[in-house]
Write a protein that binds this ligand. Structure first.
Ligand code: ATP
Ligand code: MG
Length: 331
């Protein structure tokens, strides 16, 4: 069963200069119980997608077009109040840098209890019991619910934000870079915790990260974003093992833990200018395989013959040769 269906989402930001076209016709679907990854370099539009889903775009951001189907409703058409009801109840959100966004002058337990009180008519002692339970679920000492954020380490603060996100047992958990800024061992523990809880609650996960290694380990399906466009999407096995898009190939080489033993190779060049609709493939100026056609228009995503694999590349039919050339740049 489909849980979330994003269709042709376009988001722009107004600025003093030209508008920024941050998300351009992004479509993807998350089925119930699926772990879905959203990957891409900094500035590719990952957080903008999440904020648009949740109706939490900053004041200068607008959903220009597209629909976001969730549980039979179009989230883009809801009133503020209706959207607030869905947020936390049905969709939980762990925002980017969440651990730094806790209120420093309120105890961590009170912050979670407040989130519970907003949605549930419960007594203070019931809410506190639930907070203790949530602390236990995320691996924090329940006797520390009266501690303040500064009394916890970064990894523990991130667990607090996860506990807060889980308070109401949502159907979908959206986690934006939940492990960025934490050391590797803590990162693994946090990811394991999210997976364990998500499995227990049978919710779906939208995991946003620039680290495709994390997605390879934890997700079933993914979309790779670049310059606000979906470059490639489908099952993790198809997209990350047999990429057909030169951008995915480049991204994979910059995170070689997927193919052990290789040295990381960053993609040369810098991300595209997002002022204006793309008139060429957004990756054209960085792509080692670009042809004239690539400079003339951005390619539409096409379904590949293997199930659950789509790619937006003018040279998609030659993907196997391109991949070989990418693996073996000397030849
Ligand atoms: P990161 O990995 O750094 O978190 P991201 O993939 O989440 O990056 P977004 O934060 O969604 O990227 O940003 C997409 C684009 O929109 C970027 O070019 C960014 O500079 C721009 N942008 C984001 N927020 C605003 C804003 N409030 N006003 C103007 N431009 C913005
Ligand atoms: Mg972001």
């Amino acid at each position: 069963m489909t849980l979330l269906e994003v269709d042709n989402l376009k988001v722009t930001y107004e600025t003093d200069d030209e508008p920024v076209h941050a998300v351009n016709d992004v479509s993807f679907t998350i089925d119930e119980g699926v772990n879905y990854g959203l990957a891409g370099e900094s500035g590719s539009g990952k957080s903008t997608v999440a904020e648009a889903l949740l109706g939490l775009l900053p004041g200068n951001g607008t959903v220009e077009r597209g629909t976001i189907g969730f549980d039979g409703k179009d989230l883009t058409a809801l009133s503020e109040a209706e959207r607030r009801d869905i947020l936390w109840e049905d969709i939980a959100y762990i925002p980017q840098s969440a651990m730094d966004s806790l209120d420093p002058v309120m105890s961590t337990g009170d912050q979670i209890a407040q989130a519970i009180h907003t949605h549930r008519n419960v007594t203070d002692s019931k809410a506190r019991d639930r907070v203790r339970e949530l602390f236990e679920i995320v691996g924090l000492d329940p006797d520390r619910i009266d501690d303040y954020p500064h009394e916890f380490s970064g990894g523990m603060r991130q667990r607090v934000t996860i506990a807060m996100a889980l308070a109401l047992e949502p159907d979908l958990i959206i986690a934006d870079e939940p492990t960025t800024g934490l050391d590797v061992i803590v990162q693994d523990k946090i990811i394991d915790k999210i997976l364990e809880i998500q499995e227990r609650m049978d919710s779906s996960l939208l995991l946003i990260t620039h680290e495709i290694g994390v997605i390879a380990e934890t997700c079933d399906e993914l979309s790779i974003l670049y310059g606000g466009k979906v470059m490639e999407q489908g099952s993790v096995d198809n997209v990350l093992v047999n990429p057909t898009n030169p951008y995915t190939m480049g991204l994979k080489n910059s995170f070689p833990e997927i193919d052990e033993g290789e040295d990381p190779v960053a993609i040369p060049g810098s991300p595209p200018n997002l002022n204006g609709e793309p008139t060429a493939c957004v990756f054209e100026d960085r792509c080692p395989f670009a042809t004239e056609e690539c400079g003339a228009s951005h390619p539409d995503p096409v379904d590949l013959p293997n199930r659950n694999h789509r790619s937006a590349c003018h040279r998609v039919k030659e993907a196997a040769q391109l991949r070989q050339a990418a693996d073996d740049p000397e030849t």
